[in-house]
Design a protein around this ligand. Sequence first.
Ligand code: DLL
Length: 437
Amino acid sequence: MPRESLRALQNKRLHNTVDYVYHQVPYYRETLDRVGIKPENIRSVDDLQKLPFTKKQALRDYYPFGLLAVPRENLMRIHASSGTTGKPTVVCYTANDVDVFAEVNARSLATAGARRGMILHNAYGYGLFTGGLGIHYGGERLGMTVVPVSGGATQRQVTLILDFKPEVICCTPSYAQTLGEEFKKRGISPEEISLKVGLLGAEPWTETIRVAVEASLGIAATNIYGLSEIIGPGVSQECIEARAGSHIWEDHFYPEVVNIETGNPLPDGKEGVLIFTHLTREAMPLLRYWTGDITYLTHDVCACGRTHVRMGPIRGRADDMLIVRGVNLYPTQVEEILKGIPEVTPHYQIVVTRVSTLDEVEVKVELTEEVFRHVAQDVITDDVIAVDHAMHALRNKIEHLIRDTLGLGVTVTLVPPETVPRSEGGKLRRVEDKRNL
Ligand code: DLL
């Protein structure tokens, strides 16, 4: 759709949504009344800035059904995201919302190169988590053959992939790494694996992981992004043609990126907090929802021809950002540094502790199989001093790189292959913050 037509559609849908929530959701009527805004004041997306943000706290305060714009009986589905603290965040769908959920996921799959008739190995978790069912409905809508394997039971997953020969896999990037390692252990080369493309998401990942996963599974890895509050997976998707940012399905979810401190909108290319406004949601529409995810937008024309705006990779969540001795640190920044070091794998873990008043960061970094074998060999042949030197030098190199790039002193611990925690199907937590802040 040409951008002018898209804009006209967004303006109309936005006005309808604001009018709808003003009349159906007491929370929004009160919020808009408080800032003196009436639905007729919101005629175009340029008026969005007049509206306050909706934060996650509102969903907690009105748990479970207080933000519904429809009678509870009209709900077809309820999902929830696991709250790490307290109550989960509940998200509700009417039949029409489930229809849009299927549509945006079918669109995402097609954008990644999936087609009718292909087999989809869906290893996102089924249940309250939106990943499994969202992709499932999308695959069916596109006319694919869906294998609802869900997360976990890695041995069985590998067997099913070998037997059914799916072309498409959907799972978290960390679980794709786990599967890749399992194939390798079984001595199966990437050329022998039928998979052609992966839609990986639900957690932050980097080019390092993309390269590793593509090499081990023999796929083109694409990014799929989404969050429960907006719909689940299928909010944005990288196109197979360019794989340069993820197209946001902005005819349903209107995006903005704003300054984390001031809330002011940022221009293309500038990183800030990603905000979404529902344009077609029935059960629980949200205005200017503060995702907490950090990224940037670009309206540059994409090589694939799609006109939908693109977002960059998610650097992390504003609330996942570690502040260590005053320095802001995202785990993905450490990952980007490790990428340049051939002796180590993309598997790492960051442990933060506080010794009296001082924060200490330990980065556990896994040696590659090859380097580790050399080390072991030298130890056996009694060249322990050489090993000591080599490992000391490697550790120093990584510590210096991190200090020079991030301005943060850390301790690097080199660990043997396969000793850093792996994904067992769901999202992987790469940070252990033991500070009890
Ligand atoms: O993770 C929905 C989803 C399922 C997306 C399957 C993609 C694939 P939640 O559990 O509510 O929903 O978690 C949403 O996960 O705010 C981001 O912080 C993070 N996230 C999701 N996709 C990506 C991605 C699902 N591609 C939260 N890259 C979001 C980085 C992502 N982070």
